[in-house]
Structure formats: structure tokens, C-alpha cells
Design a protein around this ligand. Structure first.
Ligand code: GDP
Ligand code: IMO
Ligand code: MG
Length: 435
């Protein structure tokens, strides 16, 4: 489709704070690729795909699974809750989608039940303080699991689930430590029993064993065999643990920078990076958001865009498109083109605003400020464009969009310096304009 036709390996990366519509873009591109790869995050992701009016919400399985015969890989950089994964596989099977071609890295880390408990306990403790510094996490245990990965001694990987006796031994130590951490955080649940948990998780390992493999060699073999890979970013650049609005971020490298470490492939592998951008901005959870609209326009964006989280159901914060942020994300991810999503949501507004710069302490800048404290102090500088009246959700060619809608897209291209290769005008697979 369009600009990626000559590219061998493509990445689909969210350039805002998540929920840009990455799932839909991956689904659209899957038929042009052989293997779809997740490299970061976990079940904090919620990627929605709508095919023939049927809605699918993917949390761990790559969105390519809905395209028959594609290989789907969960790389070593993903933290995987096996309970969620097995449920997702079962739900898909009930709906006629087979997950036989799913491969899971033996080196991926396992989200254990104490990770979710620690996630909730920490957030509760922070929210209970006089200055609430909770992050508004998804509660999926992502941060605590990545923390254990780096700690090493208390971590569990999928390879560990394949040996019940060794798992029992490992958990006899790990479980004690996690119970101690939880009780220090005034957690009111029952302590975890190592034998019970070891047996339960060894059972998950048995079910997942046909899928567990060394995905690093698998992906290198695929490339050697001339297969085309499609990388599915989870979360988004501004939530990247190193480059996002820290500390209001997730715990992985969700920009394209996470691909090499999260798969075992060299940095030069990807030659086409599609930056996925909502036509306006949203954010769920805490943290600075310069173009946030706490007014009727924000409410209208939320209602028209059904801006409620795929994973947690929380209402998303809404605001105008922030191209200072998008340019920064495109820069760190090496975006080569853009996909503009949920464009239909903007129909019917008298005027549309695009943030092109920030003002801070009387100085204007077109550079993003990933420091959360600084970013919370910036004032957005807007450019105002005319809105478009007509609904566009059945338009299939960019040329057939109203003139003011085309002008909005052209301005995005001018300011970012990137071509828009796909415009999405509705949730369904077919509600897409290319070219
Ligand atoms: P992801 O996490 O980046 O995959 O995005 P989500 O699935 O969390 O959120 C995007 C939401 O917008 C989902 O409910 C999609 O079905 C929906 N969506 C995707 N593209 C469009 C579009 O062009 N128009 C509208 N109205 N909804 C869209
Ligand atoms: P997709 O892939 C939107 C946000 C959470 C919270 C912060 C940390 O669907 O775009 P975590 O549970 O990861 O420790 O939460 O990050 N967050 C997302 N927001 N979309 C996502 O994923 C997100 N993944 C994490 O809301 O603010
Ligand atoms: Mg989402």
C-alpha cells in the first residue's frame, strides 16, 4: 500500500501517548508482510481492529493474527501475563481465529500475580499521600515485571515455566521476597504460596510450550529466507521510559528504539517506519499534556471519538493536535511516513487548531520538552485552520475529502516534513483513504 511497497521491513509506531490506532494500521499492512512482531510492553496495550463490523481487542497477540497464515511473534522485550495470553488465544479460537502460528520468546519475562498486586499497591500508596504522585497505570503489573527483569534474581522468564521442579525451587525464594514487599506496602491480600503458584504457572507453561521458542534465531532465519517483517509498537513514543514524559511513562522503550533490544535484530533492520498519529491528541493516565482541552471541545472530541480506554475503560483526556510532540517522536523513531487516524472525528468543528510551538518563561520554542515538570509549564502556540462540515467516514480517496480537510492534512505534512500515506476515517478496516 503506497509508500511502503518497496520496503522490506516496516515498523508501526505511535507518535503520541498511545491509542493512536496502531492496531488498525498493523491489520491493514499485515497482508503485505509475512511476520508480525511485538517487541515491547505487555497487556497494558489495547489494540482495536474492526473487520466486517466485528471488533477485536488485542492486548498481547500481534494484530496480524486476523490475517490468515501470518506468523505472529511476541519478542523477548515483551512482558507477558500467561493468563491474559491464554484467554486471548481462547477468545480468538472461539471466534474462529487460530493462533497456531504464534511464537513466544523463551526469554520474554512472565508477569506474575504479585506484579499486578505490586502495581496496585504502589499506585494506592502514592494516591493516598497529600500530594498524589500516582501515575495512573493500567494495573497490569508492567512496571514491577520490568523492574524484576532488571533486578534479575527475582524475575521469571518463559523458559522457567517449562521445568516444574526448577520453578518450584525458584519461586520458593522469589515468592517470599514478593510477599515481604507487598506486606511492607500494606497490601491486604493473602500471601502467595510458592508451590501453588509454581504448579499453576507450570501448567500455563505446558499449554504454551508449543509456542515457546528462541524467537531471535527465528526472526533472523525469517529475514535470511526473504520474509518481510512488520513490527507492532505497543504504547507510544511519549510513553517511552527513556524518551517520554518521564516519570509519566510506561516501563519499556516503546519508540522504534526498542525494536533491536526487544527482538535481537540489528538496528538497521527496519527500513520503513510509519508514525501513527491521531488527528487530535489524547492521553490516558497522569502526566503533562500541553494541548489538553478541559472544555466542551474536549468533551466533543471524547464523545465523537469514543475516547474510552480499550484496556481499562477509563475516559481519555482529549486536546488539539500537538505537532511539536509529533515531530519529536518522529525524530527519535526515524519515521519515514505518517498514518493519520480518527480524522472523521474532526468533522463538524468550525475551526481546528494545531499546536506548532510552545511558549515557556516568555520564550518560544519548537522543541519538545520531555521533562515532565517543564512540559507542564508550557503554553501551546496554535495555528488555526478552517474546519470541515461534511462527514467523511465513507470517503476512500484522499482527493475526495473536502478541501478544508485536505488543507489540514497538507499542513501536517508541511510542518512534520513527512508524507501521509494513510488516512483513517472510521474504525473499520475499509474506512481508510490511501494515496
Ligand atoms: P491502538 O492502541 O493504537 O491500537 O489504538 P486503540 O485501539 O486503543 O484506540 C483506537 C480507537 O479508535 C479504537 O477504538 C479504534 O477502533 C478506533 N479507530 C481507529 N481508527 C479510527 C478512525 O479512523 N475513526 C474512528 N472514529 N475510530 C477509529
Ligand atoms: P496502546 O498500545 C495508552 C499509559 C497508562 C499510564 C502509563 C503507565 O494501547 O497504545 P503502565 O500500566 O504501562 O505502567 O502505565 O502509560 N499507557 C498507555 N496509554 N495506550 C497504551 O497502549 C498504554 N500503555 C500504557 O495509561 O498512564
Ligand atoms: Mg490502545
Amino acid at each position: 500500500m503506497g509508500a511502503d511497497d518497496n520496503a522490506q521491513h516496516t515498523a508501526v509506531i505511535g507518535l503520541q501517548w498511545g491509542d493512536e490506532g496502531k492496531g488498525k494500521v498493523v491489520d491493514r499492512l499485515a497482508s503485505h508482510h509475512d511476520t508480525i512482531v511485538r517487541y515491547n510492553g505487555g497487556a497494558n496495550a489495547g489494540h482495536t481492529i474492526v473487520v466486517d463490523g466485528q471488533r477485536y481487542a488485542m492486548h498481547l497477540i500481534p494484530s496480524g493474527i486476523l490475517t490468515p497464515d501470518k506468523m505472529c511473534v511476541i519478542g523477548n522485550g515483551v512482558v507477558v501475563d500467561p493468563v491474559t495470553l491464554l484467554e486471548e488465544m481462547d477468545t480468538l479460537r472461539e471466534r474462529g481465529v487460530k493462533a497456531e502460528n504464534l511464537r513466544l520468546s523463551s526469554r520474554a519475562h512472565v508477569v506474575m500475580p504479585w506484579h499486578q498486586a505490586l502495581d496496585h499497591a504502589l499506585e494506592q500508596q502514592l494516591a493516598g499521600r497529600s500530594t498524589d504522585s500516582s501515575l495512573g497505570t493500567t494495573g497490569r503489573g508492567i512496571g514491577p515485571c520490568y523492574a524484576d527483569k532488571v533486578t534479575r534474581s527475582t524475575a521469571v522468564r518463559f523458559v522457567d515455566l517449562l521445568d516444574r521442579a526448577a520453578l518450584r525451587t525458584k519461586l520458593s525464594v522469589t515468592c517470599d521476597m514478593q510477599n515481604a514487599r507487598l506486606s511492607a506496602m500494606a497490601w491486604d491480600g493473602e500471601p502467595f504460596d510458592p508451590i501453588t503458584i509454581a504448579d499453576e504457572y507450570a501448567g500455563h507453561g505446558e499449554r504454551l510450550a508449543p509456542h515457546i521458542t528462541d524467537t531471535t534465531y527465528l526472526l533472523h532465519d525469517q529475514i535470511a529466507a526473504g520474509k518481510r517483517l512488520l513490527f507492532e509498537g505497543a504504547n507510544a513514543c511519549l510513553l517511552d521510559v527513556d524518551h517520554g514524559t518521564y516519570p509519566y511513562v510506561t516501563s519499556s522503550n516503546c519508540s522504534a528504539l526498542g525494536i533491536p533490544a526487544g527482538t535481537g535484530l540489528p538496528g538497521r533492520t527496519v527500513d520503513h517506519v510509519i508514525g501513527v498519529v491521531k488527528a487530535y491528541s489524547t492521553r490516558v493516565g497522569a502526566g503533562p499534556f500541553p494541548t489538553e482541552l478541559d472544555d466542551q471541545i474536549g468533551n466533543r472530541l471524547r464523545e465523537r471519538g469514543h475516547e474510552y480506554g480499550t484496556t481499562t475503560g477509563r475516559p481519555r483526556r482529549c486536546g488539539w493536535l500537538d505537532l511539536v510532540a509529533v515531530r519529536y517522536s518522529a525524530m527519535i523513531s526515524g519515521a519515514t511516513s505518517l498514518a493519520v487516524m480518527l480524522f472523521d472525528v474532526l468533522a463538524g468543528f468550525d475551526e481546528l487548531k494545531i499546536c506548532t510551538a510552545y511558549e515557556i518563561d516568555g520564550t518560544r520554542t519548537d522543541r519538545f520538552l520531555p521533562d515532565a515538570t517543564l512540559l507542564s509549564r508550557v503554553m501551546p502556540v496554535y495555528e488555526t485552520l478552517p474546519g470541515f462540515e461534511t462527514e467523511i467516514d465513507s470517503v476512500t480517496r484522499r482527493d475526495d475529502l473536502p478541501a478544508d480537510a485536505r488543507a489540514y492534512l497538507a499542513r501536517i505534512e508541511e510542518i512534520t516534513g513527512l508524507p501521509i500515506e494513510l488516512v483513517s476515517v472510521g474504525p473499520d478496516r475499509v474506512q481508510t483513504c490511501v494515496g
